[in-house]
Design a protein around this ligand. Structure first.
Ligand code: FMN
Length: 311
């Protein structure tokens, strides 16, 4: 199975919806984290979580919490909306988040994790999974966490084998992944740096027991990757058409949703930071898009770039 990772600012409901319309191969879509402010779920998340914007077969909302009380508030809201599965974020590496004891800020405190999970399973039957890193400061942190995770009936554990300090680069902690695989009594999902079919094949050889793979940037750069991983062949012509359709849908959606043209342009430029990898000269393609200061200029650049795909 292949999961689309949650990426705040990238895999929003617009992206997920349009992706599912054009491409196949993704078995579950994760909603980037939602969190509590002043004791409640902020209205800014409404569009992200409303069921009408999440009609794919399996959509998993993710929560970012400091304690059981915050989790309770979020889960009450999400189950009210009809979600039948929740994911808990224990991986977000950014200091703004970790210094508040959320995301990977929880990893040095196994007792806090235990309290959060206890309060959850006392009250809810809704399947819960966790997504985590090896640690905040040290990759040893996870070894204290595994026995806690093993105490609870988690649906699965998605593991990104890095520590928070590495953010999203630096080497994948392969030995640590093996250790976790050995000690954990739950289904384990691999996440991290699968950018090509051969990256996937190498990880498959390395970890033959893993059945589920979560991909983020790899899909953003190459939306055909899940299909390719599943052995579905796509002709160059179909690829061009699908990329065009996908771009058109993204453009139409953001133009409709954003307050003004400038904001829609910003969103599309952000989208191109990964989408540009589908074009022959990626750095140049992205630069051309980035320097477009108006929609007219942007559209002209897009036409030129798509034209290159036919040359
Ligand atoms: C811009 C950005 C935003 C992210 N937002 C989230 C998030 O909301 N929740 C989460 O669990 N992980 C988040 N991540 C981490 C990804 O889900 C994923 O674990 C990470 O990118 C590694 O997988 P990849 O190498 O396949 O991209 C984010 C990563 C990036 C680069």
């Amino acid at each position: 199975m292949i999961y689309l990772a949650p990426l705040q600012g990238f895999t929003d409901f617009v992206y997920r919806k349009n992706f599912a319309q054009v491409f196949t191969g993704v078995d579950a879509y994760f909603i980037p984290y939602i969190s509590i402010k002043n004791g409640d779920v902020p209205a800014k998340y409404n569009k992200e979580i409303t069921p009408e914007n999440n009609t794919q077969l399996r959509v998993v909302p993710q929560v970012l919490v400091e304690d059981g009380k915050e989790l309770e508030t979020l889960v009450a809201r999400l189950t009210d909306l009809g979600y039948s599965e929740i994911n808990l974020n224990m991986g977000c590496p950014y200091p703004m988040v970790t210094k508040r004891g959320k995301g990977s800020g929880l990893l040095p405190f196994p007792a806090k994790i235990e309290a959060i999970l206890s309060s959850y399973f006392e009250k809810w039957n809704t399947p819960l999974s966790v997504k985590l890193r090896a640690g905040l400061q040290s990759e040893n942190e996870i070894q204290q966490i595994i026995p806690i995770l093993n105490k609870f009936p988690l649906k699965e554990v998605i593991f990104h084998p890095r520590i928070a300090q590495q953010l999203y680069s630096g080497s994948i902690l392969e030995t640590r992944f093996e250790m976790v695989q050995k000690d954990l009594q739950h289904e384990l999902v691999f996440n991290g740096d699968i950018f090509t079919v051969s990256d996937y094949e190498n990880r498959q050889k390395q970890f033959p027991e893993i059945k589920t793979w979560m991909l983020g940037r790899g899909i953003l750069m190459n939306p055909f990757l899940p299909e390719e991983m599943k052995g579905i062949e796509i002709t160059a012509e179909t690829k061009r058409e699908k990329l065009r359709d996908f771009h058109r849908l993204m453009f139409e959606s953001y133009s409709e949703i954003m307050d003004n043209e400038g904001n829609a342009l910003n969103k599309m430029q952000q989208f191109w930071s990964y989408f540009s990898f589908n074009f022959p000269n990626q750095p140049k393609a992205f630069k051309q898009i980035k320097k477009s200061k108006s929609m007219i200029k942007y559209k002209a650049e897009v036409e030129k770039l798509f034209y290159q795909l036919y040359e």
